[in-house]
Design a protein around this ligand. Structure first.
Ligand SMILES: *Cc1c(COP(=O)(O)O)cnc(C)c1O
Length: 420
């Protein structure tokens, strides 16, 4: 496509979000893709059936025309959304899953070998934390947290602690992290992976959960990540009406995840693929508006006497390692952040119950503004000590700013904060 342009310009992510992954010629010229609601696919001949299986399971091209076998292994709408997600992430390939957690579970189980440890940044999304410290710990995968992933001494300390216990199978990075928007320095993480490789002779893949900023503001693959994971439920879907997860990276790693996905039964269904493809067309518009609204709200909150602190990325102090990493890695300040009110759970609940425009719900990245009390909802299952170590206490509220008229959002906050 780029070759047709007079100056050989490669299309930008904003353009790819509208066009990549679907060719109208593949569906009788339909401008928008059909939804292929079928669980299985008819083989054109017995020999072609065999060739398709050889290609899928052995990765050997036996000359079969491209085709599908059974929807759990792959289907047309999945191909479309994966091509678009890969294009946005700047990756060779992508795999899409029934939810962000389906992507995370499939990835960790596919990458870990028996006895491997997981090195991870802190804080983690509540579900990831519960998976790693619950189900995966139960299966014998110990976990080691990095409390401040922009501090070389702290990264070294965590690496040493992990290596003392055994091999490291994967490095899981969440940046910016949920709910505090804490960021990791990906160059430091890549150096840690090199150091681990030198010690154990196997480089643990670095997986970055990029849900908070998404592909238009953040491309971890350009900064040393091997895989980038996104809960597509959030900004990509953007309307709080479906669950989906995506993982992008090299063709070889993604192929491995697709094989595991076939057996774990975690692919994304055709209808959700179709909705996501449609949602991505407006991703740039929605995030630009939400990011601008978030700036207005963060600035308002920072000046409010009932608010003790605001962890919006735009407020990272100049001259700090976090600010430097932010400037190297990201092109936007995001629209989900947390703030602490002057008070505890009782004051937080009183304020939340007075909101009229903002909806009280978990999740983020939708058109509507959502707000919740982290300790009693998204991070309820995270033990209090681990939660408080990363700054999530009873005064913490997380807000995901939507695309409403910002004046209405500010007025709503103004009247609700009077309850404190
Ligand atoms: C929501 C979320 C997930 C999990 O995604 P689901 O689609 O809800 O399964 C993982 N990581 C982060 C940072 C999230 O916000």
């Amino acid at each position: 496509m780029s070759a047709d342009l007079p100056n050989d310009r490669a299309p930008s992510a904003e353009t790819l979000a509208i066009s990549a992954g679907y060719d109208p010629a593949s569906a009788r010229g339909a401008a928008k893709p059909p939804v292929y609601l079928t669980s299985t696919f008819v083989y054109p001949s017995a020999a072609a059936a065999k060739d398709l299986h050889v290609a899928f399971f052995d990765g050997v091209d036996a000359g079969a025309a491209p085709g599908f076998i059974y929807a759990r292994l792959g289907h047309p709408n999945l191909d479309m959304i994966e091509a678009r997600v890969a294009a946005l992430d700047g990756a060779e390939d992508a795999a899409c899953f029934a939810s962000g957690m389906a992507a995370i579970t499939t990835t960790l189980l596919a990458l870990l070998a028996p006895g491997d440890g997981i090195l991870h940044t802190r804080p983690l999304y509540g579900g990831t934390d519960a998976l790693i410290y619950g189900e995966l710990a139960r299966l014998g995968f110990p976990a080691f947290g990095i409390l401040d992933a922009v501090d070389p001494a702290e990264v070294d300390r965590a690496v040493d602690a992990a290596l003392a216990a055994g091999p490291v199978g994967v490095i899981w990075v969440e940046s910016p992290a949920n709910p505090t928007a804490t960021i990791a320095d990906l160059a430091l993480i890549a150096a840690a992976a090199d150091r681990i490789a030198a010690r154990q002779g196997r480089r643990p893949p670095i997986v970055v959960d990029n849900t908070f900023l998404g592909p238009l503001a953040s491309n971890p693959l350009r900064h040393g990540a091997d895989l980038v994971m996104t809960s597509l439920t959030k900004y990509a879907a953007g309307h709080s009406d479906l669950l989906a997860g995506g993982i992008s990276g090299s063709a070889a790693l993604v192929r491995r995840l697709k094989q595991a996905r076939t057996l774990f039964g975690t692919p994304l269904d055709a209808h959700s693929c179709w909705l996501l493809l449609r949602s991505l067309e407006t991703l740039a518009l929605r995030t630009a508006r939400a990011f601008a609204n978030a700036r207005a709200i963060a600035e308002y909150l920072r000046g409010h006497p009932k608010v003790r602190s605001v962890t919006w990325l735009g407020f990272l102090a100049e001259g700090t390692p976090a600010r430097a990493a932010f400037e190297r890695q990201y092109r936007g300040t995001g629209s989900t952040f947390s703030f602490k009110i002057a008070g505890g759970e009782a004051e937080a609940f009183r304020m939340l119950d007075r909101l009229k425009v903002m909806r009280m719900a978990v999740s983020l990245g939708g058109t509507e503004t959502l707000i919740c009390h982290s300790a009693s909802t998204t991070h309820y299952a995270v033990p209090k000590a681990r939660r408080e170590a990363v700054g999530v206490d009873d005064s913490t509220l997380r807000i995901s700013v939507g695309i409403e008229d910002p004046a209405d959002l500010l007025a709503d906050l103004e009247q609700a904060l009077e309850a404190i």
